[in-house]
Design a protein around this ligand. Structure first.
Ligand code: WT7
Length: 645
């Protein structure tokens, strides 16, 4: 009895209604929401036409959407500029002296840039790009920089001139730089001599030099120097010298709404990186509207998204969506456990952070270190918490809610992707009742659904494939230089629908529960199980900090479940065999016998991509008793897993 859908096995019944006090001050009122949401489901284009008023246009658009599947164009005829929307309009409207970027370095150094100062700096670099480097709209450059304000200045200067940026996470290797720079024909690379991490220098310029061997398209390497005499290399220009000599007057270039604002290479967990292409107008409309409602941004908020600018989260919700709303964005260059696991909480108290947006993988790491650490801090400036990047286990959600939010901060569990550009499925704080582990409902104007193998909508609680039925403004426009792969990757599985690659189900209230990538689904005796639910069951045991489950070949059942488990610091590891039995039994009582892990391997680490996603492909090899194979260039911890014997 092979079932094609994905079984729903974990039941979570806790629900948290919005508090009246939050609801009363929220940017979107609960009273308006229900009708607005229904109207937007029926006529998404009208909703986005309205949302387009949140950004300034140099020339108005004439048609909201042209859709020749799978190629969308939004706000046709419209002219705008992303940097103008993030800077000039705020400086002109009373935010000149408001802090735009609040930066903290690892040793506790603090730098603040007001909107006025940021505009000046961006204008200077924009002049430098055009006049000294000969860059113009339509060119592409790579950015390989640490989390310093100058990285944001660089992105915005590109946007101002119309130069498409390709930010490469400053932890990737020289070969990753090599491939990405060539694929995008970059004319310049912006980097720094080094970044800082755990008290050590993280060399960057030498890695760029290595990556640019045999690369002819790059004419300039612009190096932000922490030290006066750091090497610049043969194509090198000093970032500060280039910027300092320029005028602070610069007119933002008027760009077509469809002008590519950036490429962002994503490998996910498999395969060759794809250059995801994002637009200017539609992208800015989506990120501005979502940031305003999902983060409920207010004039005096201190907003902190812990993502690196090398990820889409850093693009949309450190830079573009946040500055476009005129908010204050905190940037931290450093590790979450430097000097200890209290660092995030000390930053929150010190700067009175009111909104925190982070990843479940980080939350689980904090849980593992124990709640005595956050309990040393006040955390009373916080009013809203968010998560992104993977499904959050209910246990981690509750911990975040109690230990960090002190039971009073709404949590927005935001589902989206590099490809979607903006948040797609999410609670709206003050409006949506939340359930731990569910991203709740689609954002207004996003028509999401769960379908079965044949593209037919699933019934409530029937597991299937997460799809988007209607184009949205910030959607991926193409894979750079590879339209065939674009079609094949996202539009071929279900004709007419965008297929995200995730498995999910909707409950009886229309809430979405994302179960993880469908490639990771485990098939036990014909039951298709999402990894997230089994992992959640494991993490709900008091001894477990983190878990990853994979299938390994099994003659009898097709696949059997192997679980890799990181125990909590507090767990008793004196009898691993007994603990292993207990954990298997725990999963059986939480889910049922069919989800019983056949094997549990205790470990200190899990192989993760640098954005925090578990590389199950490698674990599958280990579970099957094979050597780990395939590309590991995006792996954060190259030791794979250190098993506890
Ligand atoms: C994949 C996209 C979006 C920015 C960071 C990751 C998973 C993301 C959630 C969530 C469940 C989530 C999905 C998605 N994912 N957010 N709130 N709940 N799953 O971007 O690297 O493009 O990864 O991350 O599997 O498809 P990305």
């Amino acid at each position: 009895m092979e079932s094609k859908s994905i079984d729903t096995v974990l039941k979570e019944t806790r629900s948290f209604a919005p508090s009246p006090s939050f609801a009363q001050q929220a940017n979107l009122s609960a009273a308006d929401y229900e009708r607005l949401w229904k109207d937007a489901q029926a006529e998404p284009v009208r909703f986005w036409e309205h949302a387009a008023k949140n950004i300034d246009w140099f020339e108005p658009w004439t048609k909201a959407l042209s859709w020749e599947e799978p190629f969308a164009k939004w706000f046709l005829g419209g002219k705008t500029n992303a940097a103008y929307n993030c800077l000039d309009r705020h400086v002109a409207n009373g935010r000149k002296d408001k802090t735009a970027i609040l930066w903290e370095g690892e040793e506790g150094e603090v730098r603040k840039l007001s909107y006025g100062q940021l505009l000046d700096r961006v204008s200077q670099l924009a002049n430098g790009m055009q006049k000294d480097l000969g860059l113009k709209a339509g060119d592409t450059v790579a950015v390989y920089m640490p989390m310093i304000p100058e990285a944001v200045v660089t992105m915005l200067a590109c946007a101002r001139v119309g130069v498409t940026h390709s930010v490469i996470f400053a932890g990737f290797s020289s070969s990753a730089i090599h491939d990405r720079v060539l694929d995008a024909d970059c004319k310049a690379v912006f980097t720094a001599d080094y970044g800082k991490r755990r008290g050590k220098k993280l060399e960057l310029q030498p890695i760029v030099e290595e990556g640019l061997k045999g690369v002819d398209c790059v004419q300039h390497v612009v190096v932000f120097r922490n030290e006066k005499n750091s090497p610049l290399g043969s194509r090198g220009v000093e970032w500060q010298a280039l910027v300092d000599k320029q005028s602070t007057k610069h007119e933002a270039v008027s760009l077509d709404a469809e002008h590519p604002l950036y490429f962002l290479y994503t490998s996910g967990t498999t395969g060759k990186p794809k250059g995801i292409v994002h637009s200017t107008g539609g992208y800015m409309v989506s990120v501005t509207q979502t940031a305003k409602w999902v983060f409920d941004l207010k004039e005096d908020d201190i907003y902190w998204c812990t993502a690196d600018i090398g990820w889409v989260t850093g693009h949309s919700y450190v830079v573009y969506g946040i500055l476009s709303n005129g908010a204050t964005a905190l940037l931290y260059e450093g590790a979450p456990n430097y000097p200890d696991w209290g660092r995030f909480w000390s930053i929150i108290d010190k700067h009175k952070v009111s909104i925190l947006y982070t990843a479940p993988t980080a939350i689980r790491a904090f849980m593992r270190a124990g709640e005595s650490i956050p309990r040393k801090y006040k955390l009373d400036s916080l009013r809203l918490l968010g998560t992104v990047g993977e499904p959050i286990n209910p246990e981690a959600w509750i911990w975040y809610h109690n230990e960090i939010g002190h039971g009073k901060c709404p949590i927005v569990d935001t589902w989206w992707q590099t490809e979607t550009g903006a948040i797609m499925i999410t609670p709206l704080p003050g409006v949506t009742a939340t359930k731990p582990g569910s991203a709740t409902r689609p954002f207004p104007g996003i028509v999401a659904d769960i379908v079965d193998e044949n593209g037919k909508s699933c019934a409530p609680n029937e597991g299937g494939y997460l799809v988007i039925r209607h184009p949205w403004p910030s959607m991926v426009r193409n894979i750079h230089k590879n339209p065939d792969r674009f079609k094949d990757q996202y539009w071929s599985r279900f004709p007419g629908l965008y297929f995200a690659g995730d498995g999910a189900h909707k409950d009886e209230n229309g809430y979405f529960w994302i179960k993880g990538r469908v490639d990771d689904v485990i098939n036990v005796s014909g039951h298709r199980l999402g990894t997230m639910e089994i992992e959640s069951a494991l993490v709900s045991h008091p001894a477990v900090a983190e878990a990853a489950v994979v299938g390994r070949p099994d003659e009898l059942k097709g696949q059997a479940i192997t679980a890799f488990v990181i125990p909590k610091e507090s767990a008793d590891l004196s009898n691993l065999a007994a603990l292993s039995k207990e954990l298997s039994q725990h999963v059986v009582s939480e889910i049922g016998a069919l989800a019983r892990p056949e094997e549990i391997k205790f470990t200190r680490t899990l192989p993760k991509t640098r954005s925090g996603k578990i590389m199950r492909r490698l674990l599958k090899d280990l579970a099957a008793g094979k050597q780990a194979s395939g590309d590991t260039t995006t792996l954060e911890n190259p030791d794979l897993v250190q098993l506890i014997q």
